[in-house]
Ligand binder design. Structure first.
Ligand code: ZN
Length: 499
């Protein structure tokens, strides 16, 4: 095969992959938003069939030869082509090791598990979800061993979301979080809580929908390329940079819940919307890693969204959307309320200070699940015990406990650490950005365009061109240092609570 033929084959592969991913992505989005509950059965069949097709698209001798030809002649290919071949070959190697029947069965299982989880969560019925979770854990363990039987299975899974991550790097990371944050959490608990009652009044969902549009407008999200839908567990999905979808979940008596979901998912959306034109419809058109993706969402959600300057910009918008509920509220009052720190049950609603411990719990649980140290039936009790040990809270039911997150139902075991890593990356990005310009006057005016342009230049446009450590280093100009994150949290909450 000549290099020219190899490149043509690779381009053909990516065009087909993009088309299938697009179609399957729309099906999956529909399943999570609009489709009736019984539709999972048919969708599972369809997804299983389509995943078989995508498996065969990638796993065949012609693709292997094409990718090897390009990699052997890297210097004659363009940097974009060389990087595509590199990533596709990794994907080829990983996928080839999984037998096709298992690959297809797993895809069907995930579609069904997702639907079962939705109902199990609503009904607080862990028992109905447990057999699915058991199979998912089993598949993940098996797939990890196919990929690399010499490494512990959980390390293989972690590496799939964040290249280079392992228990060797994450054990000390989470130990640091516990060591540095627990004393502050305990100190904060002794202080009087700020008034949050104005955020817990009735906020009609109709008005919250209008407010979501205003938030997306404040974030500079182009609405002709990004739509919002409603779902049980907020997420973002992208088909290409001209079609990104975010989702949220409205709670009538908790306006901050959806507000921060929209800002979080909006951060993910800005990443995808900002990927360069020349990498669209290739495997490079996505985030560099899940940790980097979460760095963007949590950057907007917390570093910007929970800052005092942003609260100053946000308050008049909230007063316009919710005049009765927000009457007499000050920006300082709003800032204190959206930063109330309190050990709690739900990860997505947790404040910045306690959040890393929610992740530490999931990380420890996953380690034990994958190692086979704990039976699926024992997981809720372990979850509840860890919430008591780490955060001192008593979990009243599985709905607000082990069933709260969608990730395990979606087969994503090893994903959670991305949230904590991303939050930590974000703090170093903010420090780097502040060296280039002062963002806070812009934020106070509700203008995030310069910030998004900075992140666009440093992070978004590159897609997967660089490896995650390369991209991070080029953006922040230094190595990853989690103590910047704990120092940021310590200062912020010491100021807020006058410790
Ligand atoms: Zn996220």
């Amino acid at each position: 095969m000549t290099l020219e033929q190899a490149i043509a084959k690779m381009n053909e592969l990516q065009a087909a992959q993009q088309a299938y991913n697009h179609a399957m992505g729309v099906l999956s989005l529909d399943g999570d938003t609009a489709a009736p509950s019984a539709s999972a059965r048919g969708r599972g069949e369809t997804m299983g069939y389509l995943s078989g097709v995508t498996y065969k698209l990638l796993v065949n001798d012609e693709v292997k030869e094409a990718l090897e030809t390009i990699l052997q002649n890297k210097d004659a290919a363009t940097p974009l082509q060389a990087r595509q071949a590199e990533l596709l070959k990794e994907d080829y190697d990983d996928t080839t090791r999984i037998p096709m029947d298992e690959y297809v069965a797993y895809s069907t299982l995930i579609t069904n598990a997702n639907a079962v989880w939705h109902e199990a969560k609503q009904k607080d019925d862990y028992a109905s979800f447990a057999p699915y979770l058991e199979q998912i854990i089993d598949y993940n363990r098996r797939f990890a061993s196919y990929k690399d039987q010499h490494k512990p299975a959980y390390d293989v899974l972690l590496d799939g979301y964040e290249k280079g991550a392992s228990t060797a790097t994450l054990d000390p990371f989470f130990a640091l979080m516990r060591e540095k944050l627990t004393p502050i959490i305990l100190e904060v608990a002794q202080k009087p809580a700020p008034d949050c009652s104005f955020l817990e009044q009735r906020f009609p969902i109709h008005d919250q929908r209008i407010f979501s549009d205003r938030l997306m407008q404040m974030m500079g999200i182009p609405r002709d390329r990004c739509a919002i839908a409603e779902t049980e567990h907020p997420f973002t999905t992208n088909f290409n940079k001209w079609d990104v979808r975010i989702t949220t979940n409205y709670a009538e008596t908790d306006v901050a819940d959806s507000m921060y979901s929209v800002i979080h998912e909006g951060g993910h959306a800005l990443y995808e919307l900002g990927t360069a034109d020349e990498i669209q419809f290739t495997c490079l058109a996505s985030g560099a890693s899940m940790g980097l993706h979460e760095s963007q969402s949590r950057f907007y959600e917390n570093l910007i969204g929970r800052s005092l300057p942003f609260c100053r910009a946000l308050l008049p918008v909230m007063q316009e959307c919710f005049p009765d509920q927000m009457k007499g509220v000050t920006a300082e009052g709003l800032y204190a309320a959206v930063n109330r720190s309190q050990p709690s049950l739900i990860r997505t609603q947790a404040d910045e200070l306690t959040y890393p411990l929610h992740i530490a719990i999931r990380y420890e649980m996953e380690k034990r699940m994958i190692a086979g140290d704990v039976k699926v039936g024992e997981l809720p009790a372990l979850w509840n015990q860890m919430y008591l040990d780490y955060l001192g809270v008593t979990v009243p039911n599985n709905r607000e406990g082990i069933l709260q997150d969608v990730h395990w139902a979606g087969g994503m075991i090893g994903y959670f650490p991305s949230y904590a890593l991303g939050s930590a990356y974000g703090v170093q990005m903010l420090h780097a950005l502040e060296k280039d310009f002062d963002p806070w006057c812009d934020v106070e005016k509700g203008d995030l365009s310069r910030i998004t342009a900075w992140l666009g230049d440093k992070i978004h446009r590159h897609g997967r061109m660089l490896t995650p450590p390369q991209l991070l280093r080029s953006a922040i100009g230094q190595d990853f240092d989690p103590s910047c994150y704990t120092a940021y949290l310590t200062k912020k909450f010491a100021d807020l609570y006058k410790l």
